[in-house]
Design a binder for this molecule. Structure first.
Ligand code: GDP
Ligand code: MG
Length: 163
């Protein structure tokens, strides 16, 4: 069975942009099962010679504020259960938010194997957020710019021993 990486984190940090970059055209399937499963997109990821399955926790964008927190939690828990490791993405331009802390808590409680990623790291606007990311206690964040394709080799180095 193939190694599965779940991309988790609050809306708007760049999860789907990263998913699309990793998957390219190799979007394997969109699950049509009922419930939260339909909000998990699965694809075949490729970085250099690495191949693995990647899951995007989509379907949060259209939730109302009221339903968002419970939905994020259920969806994230489901993704964590399906995955061998989680890529927990924060927005380095915004820094660590209260909602990011909720995700960190879910991952800790689930004893997930976590790779912390600070996205939107292109340019200098990311430096303060990057420092905050260390305070999450999830180790050194890998610096990514999903939009510009930066940090993919660092992600490769982290994933290579796991895949
Ligand atoms: P998701 O809600 O976590 O799936 O986030 P999306 O992938 O939909 O991205 C949210 C917004 O962030 C979009 O406007 C993206 O274009 C933007 N974005 C994603 N990655 C980057 C990045 O590396 N740098 C910058 N500056 N913006 C990004
Ligand atoms: Mg998305």
């Amino acid at each position: 069975m193939s190694f599965t990486l779940a991309i988790v984190g609050r809306p708007n940090v760049g999860k789907s942009t990263l998913f699309n970059r990793l998957v390219g055209r190799r979007l394997a399937l969109v699950d049509d099962q009922p419930g939260v499963t339909r909000d998990l997109r699965e694809g075949e990821a490729k970085i250099a010679d690495l191949r693995f399955t990647v899951i995007d926790t989509a379907g949060l964008e259209d939730a109302t504020d009221d339903s968002l927190q419970g939905r994020m939690r259920r969806l994230t828990e489901r993704a964590v259960e399906m995955a061998d490791a989680c890529l927990f993405v924060i927005d380095a331009r915004v820094g660590v938010t209260a909602v990011d802390e909720i995700f960190a808590e879910i991952l800790r409680r689930k004893s997930a194997t976590v790779i912390l990623a600070a996205n939107k790291c292109e340019g200098r606007a990311a430096e303060a957020g990057l420092l905050e990311a260390y305070a999450l206690g999830l180790g050194e964040p890998v610096r990514l710019s999903a939009e510009h394709g930066e940090g993919m080799m660092d992600l490769y180095t982290l994933l290579k021993p796991m895949v």
